[in-house]
Write a protein that binds this ligand. Structure first.
Ligand SMILES: Cc1cc2nc3c(=O)[nH]c(=O)nc-3n(C[C@H](O)[C@H](O)[C@H](O)COP(=O)(O)O)c2cc1C
Length: 306
């Protein structure tokens, strides 16, 4: 059996699989059941300072190759999230990454400041959601100087908490954005957020299926893009990465780690393989390691021969 445990920004993960932000419930009980299903760590749904209403239903379409969602980052706000974080912390079974969202720079700074004293391991700033674009304009993750500024401002108020930034694939040059965040002092990255937005039309009614009309694309179809972008960011910055986007099997997880990821985010695959996808992926990674003589997963990070 290989050693699957991984240290990421000071936190110990029993295996590299991490629940991606937003894909299951928002309570301590759900986070615990995800850990019981084999996850090495948890990312919360993006938390807003105050309640944020999402989009109307239908908000999700699932097909064999991809999912599309326009949930619109609904959230009950920090006060409620704080109760759940405190509850989870009572018997914390695995590291907790708190994802936070904001419409403006000031909102990101305000929530980051409040997060600094909470029992979370890492702060993830979600500056990349494509389906709240209509509400707030282009995400900060799509403009290098904005990405750098938000990181700089958040770092000033986040105390000792490591700060990672969630990057968008909807950019021409992801290296430019990643380098800007690195200059701003970011400690690591999570990428990719959903791709798009995309449009899916019911051709009988000629009406878009999602109530929001367009939505962010995730799932197996986006994996090759995620793997390439993780590699680009790894080479450009050498900062530790949570590689996310279409990871569904142990082989996918090994692949994105070879591209440069230290941890592996799993979101849509919960719909494709059930909640115990985390255990399945970790077991499959173990089998691959045994077959390939890998004793410790850290041996494979960034080892793709390009
Ligand atoms: C239903 C749904 C809700 C999501 N909500 C969030 C969110 O609140 N914050 C965030 O940073 N990403 C959110 N995402 C993006 C995922 O965390 C992930 O980056 C993306 O789906 C790609 O990974 P996957 O293919 O494994 O799903 C959401 C994705 C889905 C499918």
């Amino acid at each position: 059996m290989a050693n699957l445990s991984i240290k990421y920004l000071g936190a110990e993960f029993k295996n590299p699989t991490v629940l991606a932000s937003g894909v299951t419930g928002v309570t301590a009980a759900t986070w615990r059941s995800v850990v019981n299903s084999g996850a090495g760590g948890i990312t919360t749904k993006s938390i807003w300072l105050n309640e944020h209403k999402g989009h109307k239903n239908p908000t999700i379409i699932t097909t064999e190759h991809w999912m599309m969602n326009a949930v619109g980052l609904p959230d009950a706000g920090l006060e409620k999230a704080q109760q759940e974080i405190d509850e989870y912390n009572k018997t914390k079974p695995a590291p907790l990454i708190a994802s936070v969202a904001g419409g403006t720079m000031d909102e990101f700074v305000a929530i980051a400041e409040k997060m600094k004293d909470l029992p979370i391991d890492i702060l993830e700033i979600n500056i990349s959601c494509p389906n709240v674009e209509g509400e707030f304009g282009l995400p900060f993750a799509c403009v290098a100087k904005d990405a750098r500024k938000v990181v700089e401002e958040v770092k000033k108020v986040s105390g000792k908490k490591p700060v990672i930034v969630k990057l968008s694939p909807n950019v021409t040059d992801i290296k430019e954005i990643a380098n800007a965040c690195a200059e701003g002092g970011v400690d690591g990255f999570c990428l990719i957020n959903t791709l798009g937005p995309g449009l899916y039309i019911n051709i009988e009614t000629r009406i878009p299926v999602l109530a929001n009309k367009v939505g962010g694309i995730s799932g197996p179809a986006i994996k090759p893009l995620a793997v390439k972008m993780v590699h680009d960011v790894y080479k450009a910055t050498k900062l530790p990465i949570i590689g996310t986007g279409g990871i569904t099997t142990g082989r996918d997880a090994i692949e994105i780690m070879m591209a440069g990821a230290t941890l592996v985010g799993i979101g849509s695959a919960v719909y494709y393989r059930g909640l115990d996808v985390f255990r399945k992926v970790a077991n499959e990674m173990n089998e691959w390691c045994d077959l390939n003589g890998v004793k410790d997963l850290s041996e494979i990070i960034g080892t793709v021969k390009m």
